[in-house]
Design a protein around this ligand. Sequence first.
Ligand code: GAR
Length: 204
Amino acid sequence: MKVGVLVSGTGTNLQALLDAETTGRLEPATLAVVISNKPGVQALARAGAANVPAFVVEHAAVAREVFEDQLHAVLAAHHVEAIVLAGFMRVLTPHFLDHYRDRIINTHPSLLPAFPGANAAAQAIAHGVKISGVTIHFVDASLDGGPIIEQVAVPVFDDDDAAALQARIQSEEHKLLPDVVQRLARGELSCQGRKVRGPGRRAE
Ligand code: GAR
């Protein structure tokens, strides 16, 4: 299954996917293309270093539907069947999402539905929660609100700031994301309404 990765920044999650592909932990998924909506970000250099085609599709100067059509054109040209949003900080509309129903996932640094949107770790610190974590979910038109595939919790300590919590969350995120992408590519994730079913999700 050819996978496209959409990014906006540092790309540590993209790196986790690239590393997993190198060591065979993504099979049968292959990373076909990386697209950033921002020029010059580190994620683009990571893709280049791994010889994965990388493109910039900027959102700023064009209407939302034009931006989404441009994204779709690059993805289609690379025969992409599934998409990972890995730190991609734009909301996508049904105009785009309808091409990829149940084949587009996002990773988010909180235990959703708590703290959607930007700066989730800072939101968690400000709220005073004792546990946060990472959520990987299917993408719908809501803000970080699609059906939840997998979550891992991490503790929040009294002396944490947002950066410390984000780092603790990301070390779990980097393990979880490649695993979920592999399960998606294997066809192991099925979505029934809001419930995502799959191997390893039953008590017995
Ligand atoms: C990740 O922690 C990801 O969960 C988060 O942005 C970070 C990007 O890091 N995404 C969101 O907050 C989406 N709402 P990275 O560029 O190093 O992978």
